[in-house]
Design a protein around this ligand. Structure first.
Ligand code: CA
Length: 219
């Protein structure tokens, strides 16, 4: 799952990025409102974390611009502790959730998981299919209870397919959600990741729709 993090405090930004990466997320960072606005309009994110106090263009204006252009991605806003009216404005502008600074990083991680889960129509932090279990709290995967060692990109592929179970996902869509903005995207490598996942997790989990893409079937 690919997340846009809009935050201008470098230390906090770094901490959040590392935290989300440890859970198998791909994170793009925008340090000001203008860059945030542009990336949100042009890249297909699964979720956005938006600090309202951004330079150049404030977060609430950025959010209004996205919603006006029908960008429906879930947005979690970060606000100053005493700025209750900012939170009201942010929620009215189309935010899905908020956190007040300072916050505990594990709480942010939990809210991100909850948001992505809601988006996928799920209530549990686990995805399970045919003996394969993905724990989204730590990006660990087991097969029939036995831990399986997956690379970050293999986890990203598996996680995106699980979060979109029952939907046909093209190679292009997959590559847009597992690589960050600044990495070289190559949708030809997707087939390689799928093959490796099948070797590690069995051949029945991920269905191939020849020439069209991949799918994890719902039960
Ligand atoms: Ca700020």
């Amino acid at each position: 799952m690919r997340i846009l993090l809009c935050e201008d405090e470098p230390v906090l930004c770094d901490q959040i990025k590392r935290l989300l990466a440890a859970e198998g997320r791909v994170v793009d960072v925008a340090n000001d409102g203008q860059e945030a606005c542009f990336l949100g309009l042009t890249e297909p994110y699964d979720m956005i974390i938006l600090d309202l106090g951004l330079p150049i263009l404030d977060g609430t204006s950025v959010l209004k611009e996205w919603r006006a252009k029908n960008i429906a991605v879930p947005v979690l806003i970060l606000t100053a502790r005493d700025a209750w009216s900012d939170r009201v404005d942010g929620l009215d502008a189309g935010a899905d959730d908020y956190m007040t600074k300072p916050f505990h990083l594990p709480e942010l991680a939990a809210r991100v998981r909850a948001t992505l889960r809601r988006q996928a129509g799920r209530t549990s932090p686990f995805f399970e299919k045919g003996g394969v279990l993905l724990d989204t709290r730590n990006a660990r995967v087991t097969l029939n209870g036995v831990p399986v060692d997956l690379t970050a990109l293999e986890i990203a592929v598996l996680s995106y397919l699980f979060h979109n179970s029952g939907r046909l996902i093209s190679r292009t869509e997959l590559s847009e959600h597992i690589y960050s903005h600044d990495s070289d995207r190559d949708s030809n490598t997707i087939a390689v990741f799928i093959n490796r996942l099948r070797k590690k997790l069995g051949h029945d989990l991920i269905q191939t729709m020849r020439g069209r893409g991949y799918m994890i079937l719902t039960d």
